[in-house]
Design a protein around this ligand. Structure first.
Ligand SMILES: Nc1ncnc2c1ncn2[C@@H]1O[C@H](COP(=O)(O)OP(=O)(O)OP(=O)(O)O)[C@@H](O)[C@H]1O
Ligand SMILES: [Mg+2]
Length: 245
């Protein structure tokens, strides 16, 4: 599904991602963990084309996407959510999802119909899937933080991804919101047969759903293993778990 080969990225001489390589099989659920500033978000931005790589190669479903712009990578079936929410706060929940579906399927639009009538069923199905079916008419900016993140997940799903990248999907959530969100992500991943790559600081979350964990430290991948092995890895304990996060 995804192959990352010796990918490198610097910002003004500071190496944020330093020769990272790994691959992910179709259907896998993988987590990338690491302390603040380890390079996780930067790595995501490289994979999704939001940042150009300095060195290295990226392959998605066997296709070379190294120099592809984000919208083309998205169209190939890679969806993402952002560490900070990426919704239109003044639009309703329904309109946010509908806009995302429109962007994805826009090619077949019939311009004689009012735009509000486009893809209503598709939009409704996504709302239901992310647990927001009763909030369609709510102004998005007034949603609780947890619901805003669920909406973001819905926006990512609107592009019908095969590979979903989630950057800290439970950041800033209460324990209960975290639990619900993880259950939701796990369920959607299974139902849709998605491949999932996510970053997360909450270790309970990571160990509860990840099948494989990659540990990033100062831009380098220092471990890549099953949750049990990562938990036992002394280097990981020292640099990461030892920090008490
Ligand atoms: N656009 C940028 N310009 C300059 N430096 C950057 C830029 N983006 C990231 N960095 C730096 O690169 C390093 C990695 O940042 P990144 O956001 O990828 O870390 P992270 O692992 O996602 O951290 P967090 O857990 O806090 O989200 C940090 O030192 C950061 O300051
Ligand atoms: Mg980050």
């Amino acid at each position: 599904m995804l192959a990352v080969e010796k990918v490198k990225k610097s910002f003004d001489g500071f190496v944020a991602v330093n020769g990272v390589s790994f691959s992910i099989k179709r259907g896998e659920i993988c987590a990338i963990i690491g302390p603040n500033g380890a390079g996780k978000t930067t790595l995501f931005n490289l994979i999704t084309g939001h940042l150009p790589v300095d060195e290295g190669k990226l392959f998605f479903k066997g296709m070379d996407i190294t120099h592809m712009p984000p919208h083309r990578i998205c169209r190939l079936g890679m969806g993402r959510s952002f560490q900070r929410t990426n919704i239109f706060p003044r639009l309703t929940v329904f309109q946010n999802i509908q806009a995302a579906v429109l962007v994805h399927r826009g090619k077949s639009l019939n311009f004689l119909k009012p735009v509000e009538s486009f893809f209503r069923e598709e939009t409704q199905a996504i709302l239901k899937r992310v647990g927001l079916k009763d909030y369609g008419e709510t102004v998005s900016g007034s949603l609780s933080y947890g619901f805003q993140k669920q909406l973001e997940l819905g926006i990512a799903l609107a592009s019908e991804p095969e590979l979903l990248l989630l950057d800290e999907p439970t950041a800033g959530m209460s324990a209960q919101e975290t639990h619900q969100t993880i259950e939701l992500i796990g369920r959607i991943t299974k139902e849709k047969g998605l491949t999932l790559l996510f970053t997360e600081h909450d270790m309970e979350v990571v160990f509860s759903i990840a099948e494989r964990i990659m540990v990033l430290h100062q831009g380098r991948l220092i471990a890549e293993d099953t949750p049990e092995e990562v938990r036992k890895n002394s280097e990981v304990q020292k640099i990461y778990l030892g920090e008490g996060r």
